[in-house]
Write a protein that binds this ligand. Structure first.
Ligand code: 13P
Length: 252
């Protein structure tokens, strides 16, 4: 079964509600009629409800940027997976490198978040990736192995068809330094082989692995031409309709 590509925009901590609605509206008209790829946007929590309304019936899916591992309780400041489902999300980004490195998220909590998201009927976009230091000391594949094994340790094979993985080398995020097509393909192919080892061959071959890190209109086609790259997770270039629409319309 061919893997349907995903183009996802992570808006991070940008956009007020009116700005988010305006971007949603432009994307809605610019991406109408696109059926051979999935388009996903992840606005900040405060704009989710308004963007959900803006995108209703458009085919563009909504994602959270993070979730708690519990559905409710005394967790001041947290948002739960059932709340994300309730506001209209289909996806949720989990384990983004900014969560790991700025907010100290660990493999252990990421594993619980992925499980909770799946239990609530959300599809996790599970982020992994090495730092520059880890790449330079030759640890990239060992880091990816640890993150994948630990992050997915609570997940049964049957749920794996809902999981999306995003490989985002930390040194490529927001730096303008994209991984070369070959570096990205090498990591993606390693991740797929690892999934085969941990789960089953058909799970590994059906699972979508996105690339993230300074994806732009100018490099998306080359990345998407790689056999194991099934989509992109875009930060900065997803904040403007023109650049994101160009990325959505990548050519293979
Ligand atoms: P940039 O596209 O701004 O490098 O961000 C990538 C990213 O972190 C997406 O989640």
């Amino acid at each position: 079964m061919p893997r349907k590509p995903i183009v996802a925009g992570n808006w991070k901590m940008y956009k007020t509600i009116p700005e988010a609605v305006a971007l949603g509206n432009t994307l809605r008209s610019g991406a109408s009629g696109i059926l051979d790829r999935e388009v996903v946007v992840a606005p900040p929590f405060t704009a989710l409800a308004a963007v959900a309304k803006t995108l209703e019936g458009s085919g563009i899916a909504l994602s959270g940027q993070n979730t708690c591992w519990e559905n409710e309780g005394a967790y001041t400041g947290e948002i739960s997976p059932i709340m994300l489902k309730d506001v209209g999300c289909r996806y949720v980004i989990i384990g983004h490198s900014e969560r790991r490195h700025i907010f100290g998220e660990r493999d252990e909590t990421i594993a619980r978040k992925i499980k909770a998201a799946l239990d609530a009927g959300l599809q996790p976009i599970f982020c992994i990736g090495e730092t520059l230091e880890e790449r330079e000391t030759g640890e990239t594949l060992a880091v990816l192995r640890r993150q994948v094994k630990e992050g997915l340790k609570l997940i049964q094979g049957a749920d794996m068809n809902k999981v999306v993985i995003a490989y985002e080398p930390v040194w490529a995020i927001g730096t303008g330094k994209t991984a070369t097509n070959e570096q990205a393909q090498e990591a993606h192919s390693f991740i797929r082989t690892l999934l085969e080892e941990l789960f089953e061959k058909n799970i590994a071959s059906d699972l979508r692995i996105l690339y993230g890190g300074s994806v732009k209109a100018g490099n998306v086609d080359g990345l998407m031409a790689q056999p194991d790259i099934d989509g992109v997770l875009v930060g900065g270039a997803s904040l403007e309709a023109d650049s994101f629409l160009r990325i959505i319309k990548f050519e293979r």
